[in-house]
Design a protein around this ligand. Structure first.
Ligand code: ZN
Length: 392
């Protein structure tokens, strides 16, 4: 964060210098153009083919000299601006790690013949998921990427979320209405109807909003009583001559905040309903990577000793990294909750009769002859009844 602030300070300096130079240059150029225009008009007043008088010739040559001087000054000032801009680049280099090569010694494996098509597919899939079909199509055609699912459900969700963020709940409401039954326990329908009612109040009038609320809100009254009351009260501050609203209604009366919140909720709820990951594999990978790399870089610099460096495995991170709330749902491998080891082909995850899953090593350790008691519940079973599970 400190690094970002450091860069931001220099960037602010560069931007303010740029703006003031821009304003100054505009003014100077405007003045010069005006002077030249005036002189032109003056000379045009004379009959054609009249030679310039000595005073006029002097005025012209003076103005020419002034234009030359101004252009020279402007180019000097412009050069000085370059120094400020390149300082931002240097500050970025100073505050951020430039080379992550040591952390990912096998980064080139992304480009090998085997992995390159997978990377390209992930990029195309990401573009389609973001609703950027045109860009995705161009990439698929130019890079000749095979087998990418184009009509992606996520793209539709993304379009609904984008409309919400821009303050339009209509596409999302339509999507929700088609799935009323499945979303009966979700806060999403009420959130969208509330947004629509407040939008109507702003754009059409409070009467229209109240009519909409009367039609839509009763179905949600039991689950969202307090929020519903607040939304109806907020309508009172939507009339043109209403006094300023009390601060606790500020959020409801801020269309941008309401839209952003609804968009986030929409993606979360719709992905949960359709069992889709809220991020594409590429976005998930980038998010996880961004969280992991600083920690890896730190540990790498501390692990310079050759013996220690040997512990740096090729396919396993040397430390556990918390991916936070938005990245926390990803597990590339199963980790045994008993032995705290990652599962492998030799030690795969095993599902017990009760549904709990432990690694085979843990199962063998816990088995007492033909009996095994689940470490998580009271169920007893035979070790042979456990089934290996596979993640695809
Ligand atoms: Zn159990």
């Amino acid at each position: 964060m400190e690094a970002c602030i450091g860069v931001e300070q220099d960037l602010d300096k560069a931007i303010s210098k740029f703006t003031s130079l821009n304003d100054h240059t505009d003014k100077v150029l405007h003045d010069i153009v005006e002077q030249v225009e005036n002189l032109k008009k003056e000379i045009a007043k004379q009959p054609a083919n009249t030679p310039l008088s000595q005073t006029q010739a002097m005025v012209v040559s003076e103005l020419a000299a002034r234009v030359k001087k101004t252009v020279f000054q402007m180019s000097t000032e412009h050069r000085e601006l370059h120094a400020t801009v390149s300082k931002v680049g240097k500050t970025i280099d100073r505050h951020f790690i430039v080379d992550y090569g040591s952390v990912a010694p096998r980064a080139e494996s992304f480009c090998c013949d085997e992995n390159r098509p997978i990377m390209e597919q992930a990029i195309a899939q990401h573009l389609y998921r973001q609703g950027l079909e045109d860009v995705g199509d161009s990439l698929v055609a130019e890079a000749r990427i095979p087998a990418v699912e184009r009509t992606c459900t996520f793209a539709l969700l993304q379009r609904c979320a984008a409309a919400l963020a821009e303050g339009d709940p209509t596409p999302a409401l339509q999507w929700v209405e088609e799935r009323g039954q499945e979303l009966a326990h979700s806060p999403l329908p009420f959130t969208l109807h509330r947004m629509q009612a407040l939008k109507l109040a702003r754009e059409v009038g409070v009467v229209a909003a109240i009519e909409y609320a009367r039609a839509q809100f009763p179905a949600h009254a039991a689950r969202h009583e307090r929020q519903l009351q607040a939304a109806v009260c907020a309508l009172a501050w939507c009339t043109p001559d209403a006094p300023p609203a009390p601060p606790h209604y500020a959020h409801l009366l801020d269309p941008a905040a309401l839209g952003a919140e609804a968009a986030e909720l929409f993606i979360r709820e719709s992905c949960a309903l359709l069992r889709l990951a809220p991020l594409s594999p590429l976005a998930g990978g980038v998010l996880a990577g961004a969280r992991v790399i600083p920690a890896l870089h730190d540990i790498r610099t501390k692990m310079a000793h050759p013996h220690v460096i040997a512990a740096w495995g090729d396919d396993e991170l040397p430390l556990e990294v918390d991916l936070g709330e938005d990245g926390g749902g990803y597990h590339s491998v199963f980790a045994c909750p008993i032995l705290r080891q990652q599962a492998s082909e030799q030690n795969p995850p095993m599902r017990l009769l009760c549904g709990h899953v432990i690694s085979r090593d843990a199962l063998n350790k816990l088995a007492m002859g033909a009996k095994l008691k689940c470490p998580y519940c009271p169920m007893e079973q035979a070790p042979a009844e456990a089934r290996q599970i596979y993640f695809s």
